[in-house]
Design a protein around this ligand. Structure first.
Ligand SMILES: C[S@@+](CC[C@H](N)C(=O)[O-])C[C@H]1O[C@@H](n2cnc3c(N)ncnc32)[C@H](O)[C@@H]1O
Length: 548
């Protein structure tokens, strides 16, 4: 029913859904956030009904939803405390199967003085068929506590499916912030000053919350239905994520505003809210936490015990060695977490107080390092954009490492964490030398080629050292400038992982390449020249990259 989708219907959802059912319309995912019958002010709907009348009405609209829910479809229902128990029973009696009772926890609810303030909403997750339903666990994983707290190298690199309590604000911990051991989502309720706030509806759901539901429970091109569209957030997020969408809304005024919102939204637009799908929580807790008084002798001993003769950088880059360090520090009763210990070790090294000699040199051969250099640089650029201050801040923070590896792996699959992280350390090291050479170097004359990033065009790219710019189809915008010892292999890999690159520049439909073959040993200097001239967003503008 193509004419029935990608639109918002103004009117009562029960009659709209019944009409759609008669036309054979089906939705794979329904997200419903009805009025909770708590006397809320909407412009048309009266949210003050007799309880039995409200439950009767709930029964009617749930049945209307079932009339359009596909046989393997999913139904999410948001509800307040007052009626959630009865509403769950209504849904089960209608034939739905509960998979999760998710609690969405938030702060900054309306303050109450005669009872505890409201700080959660129930999200009931039902499926129609308990054996056949969509649940894309890989789309919604978050780093596990095992990875974050213990930096445990045995933990799954993929992270874990979120818990069934969804925390959208940092809880008010003893230091007014949240601790690293909390595996939380750090994106906010849609408050008054937020960029994502549409401004005409005060029950607006956060885009990030809807993103999690839509990614987990539907596939691209599936139909997502919201019978109580409100501000239209469900439809907006569905459109961004490449789903088809249908909404119903009683209020003509809201409908007009939803239409305007949808018009401004394009498939591939980034989901609003501080959490980026590939780079989440700003590392604020690391910096807000009080500095611990650590026994440096104990810490030095712990490092001596585990470093296997290698430098502190190598330990930082190696998940096996950091996990051992974490165990050793805990065994010695040092207060704090791995981040505290690593940061203290870095400070000791900076002040020349580490006092543990490096006996072994660690090197990765060029054929192992070159294929992951670009991925390591982009990962750093992304984390910098999300608030991590530099490579040390990332490597000291298990959450930073998790996101760093995840981004790097998406762009250059098949590497190890040690390879990605070591590549970033090498980039930082080389940047210092490169800066000096850049100041002195006379730059070579270059023979530039430009071509679309397509398999056919790559045939003309030799397996030789090159500098290249990844650009949009028009060549006006450069996203990334790379250097490599093997232009052909590098671009072939970029082409293979183009979907992952696109996640960072969703607006670019077509990609093109500008490439110059460059004499061996000069690629890094030419890359720096191009970076300075074009300022591409996916290059790492670290303190180490830009000259002076
Ligand atoms: C809690 S709000 C939904 C908020 C929405 N989830 C958002 O993110 O903006 C409930 C909405 O349902 C609408 N509504 C109430 N009764 C309705 C009905 N019978 N059919 C369609 N919409 C209805 C109200 O006008 C209100 O905008």
């Amino acid at each position: 029913m193509p004419e029935s989708v990608n639109r918002i219907y103004q009117g009562d959802c029960i009659s709209v859904l019944r009409q759609l059912a008669r036309r054979g319309f089906q939705a794979q995912l329904v997200f419903a956030d009805p009025p909770y019958n708590i006397g809320y002010q909407y412009d048309v709907y009266d949210d003050h009904r007799d309880k039995q009348e409200y439950l009767q009405w709930t029964r009617a609209w749930v049945e209307a939803v079932l009339g359009v829910l596909s046989p393997q479809g999913t139904f999410w229902l948001a509800m307040g405390d007052e009626h959630v128990a009865e509403v769950k029973q209504i849904c089960e009696a209608a034939g739905l199967h509960l998979r999760n009772w998710v609690v969405w926890y938030y702060t900054f609810g309306v303050h109450c003085t005669k009872k505890f303030s409201r700080s959660h909403t129930h999200l009931l997750y039902f499926v129609r068929d308990p054996k056949r339903f969509t649940f894309n666990d890989r789309e919604i994983r978050v780093p596990s506590a095992r990875q974050l707290v213990y930096a445990d190298a045995r933990a799954s690199q993929e992270g874990r499916v979120p818990d069934n309590t969804w925390i959208l604000r940092p809880p008010d911990g003893p230091e007014g912030t949240f601790a690293p051991e909390q595996d939380v989502w750090y994106f906010a309720r849609v408050a008054g000053t937020f960029k994502e706030r549409a401004g005409f509806h005060s029950c607006q759901m956060p885009e990030r919350l809807l993103e999690r539901i839509i990614l987990a429970c539907s596939h691209p091109k599936d139909v997502v239905l919201d019978p109580f569209a409100g501000s239209g957030s469900t439809l907006v997020v569905a459109k961004k994520l490449g789903r088809r969408y249908v909404g119903c809304e009683l209020s003509p005024q809201y409908v007009e505003q939803i239409q305007a919102r949808l018009k401004q939204t394009r498939c591939g637009d980034p989901v609003e809210g501080p959490q980026d799908p590939l780079a989440t929580t700003p590392p604020s807790f690391v910096y807000y936490r009080k500095r611990l008084q650590l026994d440096r002798d104990e810490l030095r001993q712990a490092f001596r015990e585990v470093h296997e003769g290698y430098s502190l950088d190598r330990v930082l880059a190696d998940p096996v060695l950091t996990a051992r360090l974490s165990e050793e520090c805990s065994r010695r009763g040092l207060p704090g977490t791995l981040s505290d210990w690593l940061r203290e070790l870095l400070t000791m090294r900076k002040n020349k107080q580490l006092g543990v000699p490096t006996e072994k040199t660690f090197r990765l051969p060029a054929q192992q390092l070159d294929p992951v250099l670009d991925a390591a640089e982009v990962a750093m650029a992304r984390l910098r954009a999300r608030g991590w201050t530099g490579l040390d801040a990332v490597l000291c923070d298990p959450l930073g490492c998790w996101w760093f590896d995840r981004i790097a792996r998406s762009l250059a699959p098949g590497g190890t964490s040690l390879e990605y992280r070591w590549a970033a350390i090498q980039l930082r090291k080389r940047a210092r030398r490169r800066r000096e050479r850049f100041k002195k170097a006379s730059l070579p004359r270059l023979n530039l080629k430009a071509f679309p990033l397509e398999p056919e065009s790559l045939k003309q790219v030799p397996c030789r050292p090159a500098v290249y710019a990844l650009q949009d189809g028009s060549g006006k915008h450069t996203f990334y400038v790379g250097e490599t010892v093997n232009g052909h292999a590098r671009l072939e890999r970029v082409l293979r992982t183009l979907d992952a690159w696109r996640a960072f520049v969703p607006s670019a439909k077509r990609w093109r390449v500008e490439l110059a073959e460059v004499e061996k040993g000069k690629t890094d200097v030419v890359q720096l020249q191009w970076v300075l001239r074009r300022k591409p967003p996916l290059n790492f503008y670290g303190e180490d990259v830009l000259p002076g």
